[in-house]
Design a protein around this ligand. Structure first.
Ligand SMILES: Cc1ncc(COP(=O)(O)O)c(C=O)c1O
Length: 507
């Protein structure tokens, strides 16, 4: 048995445990902590649990489908009590082992019974475990573009265009609210558009509903997307987790709801999923759903819980504002508006991998240089190489003139520069097969090269840049009149070169 590759999420948790910095922040796993970094139990949940304990209930098995009282309340919470799908019985809900279990039952069901392509399109990016869950269920994995690099809002053109290309009768996953990891959600109008698009493409959507309440602070508002799809009479699936909004992470409280066209299909679905449950764990856990049921069935306590969630969301919003303010106060020249625009527990920072590595390693919270790539000394001060200081000294002493340099630059300099790049004895140089021009540093060199290509390159006037690349490559080539395209370069999974993809794109 080979060692499995390290889990990227738990790897971060290990790194967090090893980090000696007293001000460390755990970005590895989605857990809400208090101001002292301690686990947080919602006051309403503590109250509900107390009541559950006092009832001294038995510990016998629940039905395979779960506690009927809980599944009914969970569905009512997701869709609203008076939603026609509930009245018409167009749904089948199972208790699940939190959100992950709900996704897994969904994957198994679709693998066995979905009549279309057994391939699910996940947003890119998505929660890291989605792929693992659906792959283990036997589905093929694909993706649609969810955001455009450098764009911090929901990019209609990119998302719609990408979904439009999904083959008909395929599966697709949406984050119902508080998208993990970007914090970018569609607006109500955009959900309506997505609903039309999904119908046109005949896709079957799965909604992962985990951060309900944390996007807007309001449980019902965060259900807009799924309720719109219900109104538009789709067939779809909702996986629901109470890990975050009830703080019941380890209690594994969740549900999965299948929305059908007619009530006739629900008992078939129930019977089939029941078979999976029996083969997996026989019967779902008891304690956590009793707490959730206590909350959802008592109007007063439920109002307290909704207020707790709102308060947590307000605290997250305050944290977003102070992070943005601090970055601005410390003189960052970037626009950090997106930190306060994004919703839920996540934000797409826009930092590239090198920047975020540097950010992680930097022990001094005030020493953040996320802007220009300059090498600084240990005190964050500009650094000049001693040899450069010496050369500068000599030039000053020799009192050189300040007249214009030749347009192609100083031959003495260009000769040395290219010899440094290619090596002194490179045959290109001895054969005189180079034309080297002095430039306004690297940017100027790129600009001159781009202008030259635009005027004289006999092929297509299109340049393919690696993804990701220095942010300024695009404007340089674009302003010089070239078209921009890209090839894949980086593999976020291995944090290294995606050689296969690069070769594939280049060929
Ligand atoms: C987007 C998303 N889906 C599903 C889950 C699953 O959570 P759980 O199984 O704890 O309910 C998580 C957990 O972080 C998540 O972020």
């Amino acid at each position: 048995v080979k060692l499995a590759p390290p889990d990227p999420i738990f790897g971060k948790i290990d790194a967090f445990a090893r980090d000696r910095n007293p001000r460390k922040v755990n970005l590895g796993i989605g857990i809400y902590r208090d101001d002292d970094g301690k686990p947080y139990i919602l006051p309403s949940i503590a109250k509900a649990e107390q009541r559950v304990v006092e009832k001294k209930l038995n510990k016998e098995y629940l039905p395979h489908t779960g506690c009927p009282n809980f599944t009914k309340l969970a569905t009512e919470l997701a869709f609203g009590e008076d939603n026609p799908i509930l009245k018409n019985g167009r749904y089948a809900t199972f208790q699940s082992i939190s959100g992950t279990g709900a996704l897994r039952l969904t994957g198994m069901f679709l693998k066995n019974f979905f009549p279309g392509h057994k391939e699910i399109y996940l947003p890119d990016p998505s929660w890291g475990n989605h792929e693992n869950i659906f792959r283990n269920s036997g589905l093929k994995i694909n993706s649609y573009k969810y955001f455009a690099p450098g764009c911090f809002t929901f990019n209609e053109e990119v998302v719609y265009d990408s979904i439009n290309k999904i083959p008909e009768k395929s599966l697709l996953l949406f984050h119902a609210c508080g998208h993990n990891p970007t914090g970018i959600d569609p607006s109500p109008e955009q959900w309506k558009e997505l609903s039309k698009l999904v119908k046109r493409r005949k896709l079957l959507p799965v909604f992962d509903l985990v951060y309900m309440g944390f996007a807007s602070g309001d449980i019902d508002r965060d259900a807009f997307g799924i309720r719109q799809f219900a109104t538009d009479e789709h067939e779809f699936i909702v996986t629901q987790s109470f890990a975050k909004n009830m703080g019941l992470y380890g209690e594994r409280v969740g549900a999965v709801t299948f929305i059908t066209k007619t009530p006739d299909h629900t008992s078939q679905i129930l019977s089939q999923v029941e078979g999976f449950v029996k083969g997996l764990y026989w019967s779902p856990p008891n304690h956590g759903i009793r707490i959730a049921t206590e909350i959802l069935s008592d109007k007063e306590l439920c109002a307290e819980w909704r207020a707790d969630v709102k308060k947590m969301t307000e605290r997250l919003t305050t944290a977003r504002h102070s992070l943005r303010q601090q970055l601005e106060k410390w003189g960052s020249s970037r626009d950090w508006k997106h930190i306060t625009d994004h919703v839920g527990w996540f934000t797409y920072s826009g930092l590239n991998s090198l920047e975020s590595e540097a950010f992680k390693k930097d022990p001094n919270p005030k020493k953040i240089n996320l802007g220009a790539g300059t090498y600084r000394d240990d005190n964050g001060k500009p650094y000049v190489l001693p040899s450069i200081l010496k050369a500068e000294q000599r030039i000053t002493e020799s009192r050189m003139d300040k007249e214009y340099a030749p347009i192609s630059g100083y031959p003495e300099f260009t000769k040395h520069a290219i010899a440094l790049a290619l090596g002194d004895d490179n045959p290109v140089l001895s054969a005189g097969r180079n034309a080297t021009v002095q430039s306004i540093s690297g940017t100027g060199a790129l600009r001159v090269a781009a202008a030259f290509l635009n005027s004289f390159f006999p092929g297509s006037r299109e340049i393919y840049l690696p993804v990701p690349s220095w942010g300024n490559h695009v404007p340089i080539f674009k302003h010089a009149g070239l078209q921009i395209n890209s090839y894949r370069y980086y593999d976020p999974k291995s944090c290294g070169l995606n050689f296969t993809a690069a070769l594939e794109d280049i060929s």
